[in-house]
Design a binder for this molecule. Structure first.
Ligand code: C2O
Ligand code: CU
Length: 451
């Protein structure tokens, strides 16, 4: 393997002139009633060197778990680490005791077995640790995986659905490769403020991999699995693609675009048409940083199987969204060096910040006010629900933000109005900024759903 590492004295970053030599890893697919996730230590070999990592059932990242609506979810988490962890099922409508937030610690050497019935629409979700103060580090070291939910509607659509063949998961993450060719989690104060941005972009744990595939229509399910980066994803030739789903499922109407912005934790599903025998790269611009070639897609000479891109998909509204039982405001605040808060408060496990009645619909106003020099983007994620964006800065949301969502990006000055419906389960859940360094610094709160 040819390695060309150039150490840049100015930035202290490594750049690699390596072109993609590995093929895109596809995480194993796990289905069925008895799934075990073993949390373990591992090693990830990249062209720069080997890093010490964590993974589920492997060295880095974890399997894709696939369920249908109505299935029972029954996953045994076996923590073989000598540190505590949790496993949070991001985007799932789930009983509070199985949410996997900071309240459900799986101790070092311990096990945990969440079990419930899946009651939500088809979507691409994901799982990752959520241990108080340790989320950023454990995710960074490799703990994350995807969850697919299918339902009657998703099965009725004529879209690519063959896992790893024409339905391809893409977990995008940036990692900071040190002088010694490894990545490790060691943020300085500025990294906590601005996010721990890396100099290498990984897709499914590989650096600039190549995806060799038959031409035709391909469905990509894209997760921004980074700690705190905002990505703009696009193709090197500027080609258009069709967006069919956002965080919590299908869009009411598909959107044709040539680029997509995702903050950490957000997902989109896209359809893209590839000719035979062509080569195109997927690029990722990191907000405030560089543009990376995430991977290259290489099609063979076989005859491409093209699918018609759908137009209208599934309408989305929240019951009672016009007449909220309660309206709450959440101010996302940068308080000065190292400090982050929501409504002036830093996360405390001993405090319930909001109390909500079961079976009600609420409006949540989420604001990232521009205050002096402390203007940072933030994001906002709510556990247990998929919400609808009623407005962004007073206007109807753009089509890409009109479907089911659980995570939103707030640039300085942004205000969202959300409609949320709390159904089925009582108990304590989290809301927080999904920039993991911010979350770990206290930018999180708890809500309790009561009868
Ligand atoms: Cu993806 Cu509360 O997390
Ligand atoms: Cu934040």
């Amino acid at each position: 393997m040819r390695k060309t590492l150039i150490y840049c004295m100015l930035t202290g970053l490594f750049y690699s002139a390596l072109s993609g030599e590995s093929s895109l890893p596809i995480p194993p697919l796990l289905e069925g009633e008895e799934i075990t996730l073993t949390v373990q230590q591992g090693t990830l070999a990249l062209p720069f060197g080997d890093s010490d990592t964590l993974g589920y059932n492997g060295d880095y990242l974890g399997p894709t778990l696939r369920f249908s609506e109505g299935d029972s979810f029954n996953v045994l988490v076996d923590n073989t680490l000598n540190e505590d962890t949790t496993v949070h099922w991001h985007g799932m409508h789930i009983p509070a005791e199985f949410d996997g937030g900071p309240r459900q610690v799986v101790s070092a050497g311990g096990t945990w077995n969440p079990r419930f019935t899946i009651r939500q629409d088809a979507a691409t979700l994901w799982y990752h640790p959520h241990l108080m103060g340790k989320t950023a580090e454990q995710v960074y070291r490799g703990l994350a995986g995807l969850i697919y939910i299918e339902d009657e509607f998703s099965r009725s659509l004529n879209i690519p659905r063959e896992y790893g063949v024409n339905d391809i998961p893409l977990v995008l993450q940036d990692r900071r490769i040190d002088r010694d060719g490894r990545f490790r989690f060691a943020p300085a104060m500025a990294d906590i403020m601005h996010g721990y941005t890396g100099n290498a972009l990984l897709v499914n744990g590989a650096y600039k991999p190549e995806l060799e595939i038959a031409g035709g229509t391909v469905r990509f399910r894209i997760l921004n699995g980074s700690n705190s980066s905002i990505y703009r994803v696009r193709f090197s030739d500027g080609r258009k693609f069709t967006v069919i789903a956002s965080d919590g499922g299908f869009l009411p109407e598909t959107v044709s675009t040539d680029n997509l912005v995702l903050t950490s934790g957000e997902r989109y599903e896209i359809l893209v048409d590839l000719e035979k025998n062509e080569k195109v790269s997927l690029l990722t611009d990191i907000y405030g940083s560089d543009t990376h070639t995430a991977m290259t897609v290489d099609t063979d000479r076989s005859r491409p199987v093209l699918y018609e891109h759908p137009g209208r998909l599934r309408p989305f509204s929240i019951p009672g969204e016009e007449t909220p039982a309660e309206t709450r405001t959440f101010l996302m605040q940068t308080m000065g060096m190292m400090g982050f808060a929501i409504n002036g408060k830093s996360m405390s496990m001993d405090r319930i910040d909001e109390t909500i009645r079961l079976d009600t619909t609420e409006h949540w106003i989420v604001e990232n006010r521009r205050t002096g020099m402390m203007a940072f983007p933030h994001s906002f994620h709510v556990h247990d629900v998929q919400f609808r964006i009623l407005s962004l800065n007073g206007e109807a949301p753009p089509p890409l933000l009109s479907g089911p969502k659980d995570t939103i990006l707030l640039y300085p000055g942004d205000t969202y109005r959300l409609a949320l419906r709390f159904r089925d389960y009582e108990g304590i859940y989290m809301y927080h900024c999904h920039f993991l360094e911010h979350e770990d610094s206290g930018m999180m709160g708890q809500f309790e759903i009561i009868p």
